[in-house]
Write a protein that binds this ligand. Sequence first.
Ligand code: UD1
Ligand code: MG
Length: 457
Amino acid sequence: MTPAPTSPARPLAFIILAAGKGTRMRSEMPKVLHRVAGVPMVGHALAAARALEPERIVVVVGPGMPEVEATVAPHPTVVQHSQAGTGDAVRAARGALEGFFGDVIVLFGDTPLVTPATLGALRAARDAAEDPAVVVLGMRPRDPGAYGRLVANGRGELEAIVEYLDATEAQRAITLCNAGLMAFDGARMWQLLDAIGNANAKGEYYLTDAVTVARSRGFACRVVEAAEEEVVGVNSRADLAEAERLLQARLRRQAMEAGATLTDPGTVWFSADTRVGRDVVIGPNTFFGPGVEIGDRVEIRGFCHFEGVRIAAGAQIGPFARLRPGAEIGPDAHIGNFVEIKNARIEQGAKVNHLSYVGDARVGAKANIGAGTITCNYDGFLKSHTDIGAGAFIGSNTALVAPIAVGDGAIVGAGSVLTQDVPAQALAVARGRQRVIEDWAISFRKRKEAEKAARRK
Ligand code: UD1
Ligand code: MG
């Protein structure tokens, strides 16, 4: 990510609007909690804001949105009781910014792709010679749709923002749109907001009207343009899918720029917090849920699913591996096909190559876990731990009934159901003994054939 431009000495505050009901999402869940690349949209807005190290961040939520409050904690929230529009929402934050006279950036919780660099540019534009009271982030989307239109002159001087529903045909033809983010001079913003009315198509207090008010008082307003890819606003599920597509493209690019090979980038899905080392190779159709860290030189063959996992340098994973929260894969370990690992540490050079479930366990360095091994970690009530020592060899199709420990260097015969600990360097075999009866098959067939013939008569 490009660093934010160095900021002026004035203090900075953010107001993040997250109170809207998000009716167009048709969801029980507040809109800003819908996730993009594994993170709630409001979390993306917060992360971008935090990168500028502001003095204050205030999140405006609707009444009865405890999940939003929990998601943005420890940042303070204020409740907008009426949901009477974006201007009304900003007004709700006034008390929380009592005595603050620096720059105030208003950010929408439904605009998750904005970068710190762009927020920095928005803020830097407040330093223009004519001391603009408001700086608006503009964009020229391929499909301007229902975005607000910016009425500006060629010099970036802004006269008004017209909401789509209120716009004339001529105004709707304007391609420069309102991305929704605005930087205000904190010393003048509240007088602008106080003057905003609600005589418009929606009967709402539009934040966007701050521009007309500012112009009527002779204050300058400016536009800073951003790429559409950064400022798509999410109002519907289709918009959410579009935001996901754009963010995935960015994350794939970042992973490749950081030195990873993506065999088929379009089929690799990252979370915003996925960390990928150098010379990592990621095969097709791989999904990274939140909390995944991949060390250098890791090879991930295709069709893997990860969540809450750390993979150390040089490990080989997949194809078709599922690593669940708390899996820690040590350096040079091998995890093969149809293997599920949960809350388990697989130490250096250990191998779990085929068709196994390893949960609530430790597998020591260089241990070899045979095909079809299962840690029986759950008795219907409690989870228990399995400990496998360094260099142990677990034969195929072994069931380890936890709690249980297999010592260093021990060998377990294939097909065993182990219920007791195995000492280091011992052999454990826990299965029916094999009996061999010579020529039994011949006499069996004879007997059966005679029986069949007798029935036919
Ligand atoms: C808004 C802008 C529009 C711009 C678009 C960009 C206004 C009036 N319009 O329209 O010019 O092109 O964003 O995406 O600002 N919210 C509240 N309280 C409310 C209403 C909204 O907190 O009473 C929050 C929402 O949770 C959301 C944000 O404000 O995060 C934007 O609201 P939304 O209803 O999505 O505005 P748009 O119609 O997208
Ligand atoms: Mg919106």
